[in-house]
Design a protein around this ligand. Structure first.
Ligand code: PFF
Ligand code: NA
Length: 452
């Protein structure tokens, strides 16, 4: 095959996969879940899930991408034909493309909020704010369809520009610039949080082993989080794996991704809680943690506007490097299947996600509970989309594990894995039995009665 479709360097896949993995899930969701579900106890369960379920499926997704050298939809078609297995496995490709568009649509709207806060930090609007004024500000943002649409559009258009330029000039260039910058900003904020905030309270909070606070919901959230945070079930990793060098080790690469993603989640948690505790704020503010409590903490601190601006640059960069990995698998399919020019393919994918995203925008304002959508689906669009992804992601992961573990022959996986036989045996054990069982449990999360 031509070098056109392989990452320039052996290490670029790792960079791209980390870019996809590190996002809102690390900076916002992980800290908040830790706070709600017993601190260190939640982290312990989460780590077990990452090692026994997340990482084996991560390996499987890279393996399927690299051995087919195609986008997820075409790749799954190719693999099922090659192995003469049931065409039903092709659903993995379609399901992941569906989930990618669905998740992209609301990921972009939420990332847009960070754009709003970056603008406010830069203009100094938040300088002498109080808890009430910040709450009012957040509510005002959500009730304005115009503002939300503006930010949603800007964010998704920016990501489209990167993907449209191709994997070398677009994705690689952007990632090489953004990822090191993000690391520097994160370390800077950690340093700042350590000197201005209350780091020992943060550490104590994250290391407290309150196993009695870890309910069944906590276990399921840990499982679901380990899945989402590694970007599984949406074809992102499979699409990037198609461009991976055949020489790199699957196991070492997958373990590195999982390790870096977890480390960044923990560092972000420490920084955020140190700032929040330092300002005397509660740790369990939920969705408002990043958009209300944190700006409040920054507004009361020396150089807060500057560090706050940097923080939201961090959030935006992390979110954008995740969002591009949702556009890529579907855009690559349009290019392969219909020979569309890349910019056109990217434009189509993004337009579809943008339109769907409007439903999420309106679910915060125009579409009140008496709207047609509510009457049809019994809930807001944002909620329906989220719950749908709670079903389609694990379903896709389950099928991926079953395909890699049961439909592929050991010889095929050995060829791709080129690893010591005991690692291979361990991986096969995990991917055939442990991961499918674990993922099957995540479905319970979508059941309404679990939430009560
Ligand atoms: N892994 C990202 C996060 O933790 O924020 C979210 C994500 C990005 C999921 C891309 C899936 C994906 F394809
Ligand atoms: Na993540």
């Amino acid at each position: 095959m031509s070098t056109d479709n392989v990452w320039t360097h052996k290490g670029t896949f790792l960079l791209a996969a980390v870019g996809s993995a590190v996002g809102l899930g690390n900076l916002w969701r992980f800290p908040y879940l830790v706070g709600e579900h017993g601190g260190g106890a939640f982290i312990a369960v989460y780590l077990i899930c990452i090692l026994t379920i997340g990482t084996p499926i991560l390996i499987a997704e890279i393996l399927l991408g690299r051995s087919s050298r195609r986008s997820p939809i075409m790749g799954m078609r190719f693999l099922t034909r090659c192995h003469g297995t049931s065409r039903g496995w092709e659903s993995i490709g379609w399901l992941s493309a569906f989930s990618a568009i669905l998740v992209l649509s609301f990921y972009s709207v939420i990332s847009g909020w960070a754009l709003h806060y970056l603008a406010e930090m830069l203009t100094g609007t938040l300088r002498n704010s109080t808890s009430t004024s910040l709450q009012r500000d957040f509510a005002a943002l959500l009730t304005s369809p115009a503002l939300l649409t503006l930010y949603h559009t800007l964010f998704i258009a920016g990501c489209a520009l990167i993907v449209a330029r191709g994997i070398h000039r677009g994705l690689e260039n952007a990632l090489r610039l953004v990822m090191p910058l993000l690391l520097v900003i994160l370390l800077l904020i950690l340093f700042y949080a350590n000197s201005v905030g209350d780091m020992s309270a943060a550490a104590q909070f994250m290391l407290s082993f309150n196993f009695d606070q870890l309910s069944l919901t906590g276990w399921l959230e840990a499982l679901g989080q380990s899945f989402f945070t590694l970007s599984l079930g949406m074809g992102a990793i499979m699409a990037y794996g198609a461009y991976m060098s055949s020489e790199s080790s699957l196991t070492v690469t997958a373990l590195s991704i999982a390790l870096i993603d977890t480390l960044i989640a923990i560092l972000a948690g420490l920084a955020i809680f140190a700032l929040v505790f330092g300002a005397g704020l509660p740790p369990d503010a939920g969705p408002g943690l990043m958009f209300i409590s944190l700006p409040l903490a920054f507004s009361a601190m020396p150089y807060g506007a500057l560090l706050g601006s940097l923080f939201f640059v961090l959030v935006l960069g992390a979110a954008a490097s995740s969002a591009v990995s949702l556009i890529e698998p579907v855009a690559a399919w349009l290019v392969e299947r219909f020979e569309l020019a890349r910019p056109l393919a990217t434009g189509l994918v993004v337009t579809l996600a943008w339109l769907l995203g409007l439903a999420t925008v309106f679910s915060f304002n125009l579409w009140k509970t008496d709207s047609l959508f509510h009457q049809w689906f019994g809930s807001s669009a944002f909620h329906v989309f989220e719950m749908t992804s709670h079903v389609t992601l694990p379903l896709c992961g389950l099928l991926t594990a079953l395909f890699a573990g049961w439909a592929l022959t050991p010889t095929e996986s050995t060829r791709e894995m080129h690893t010591h036989s005991h690692w291979l045996r361990l991986w096969r054990l995990l991917i055939r039995f442990v991961a499918p069982t674990g993922v099957a449990f995540v479905f319970l999360r979508a059941l309404p009665w679990i939430e009560g």
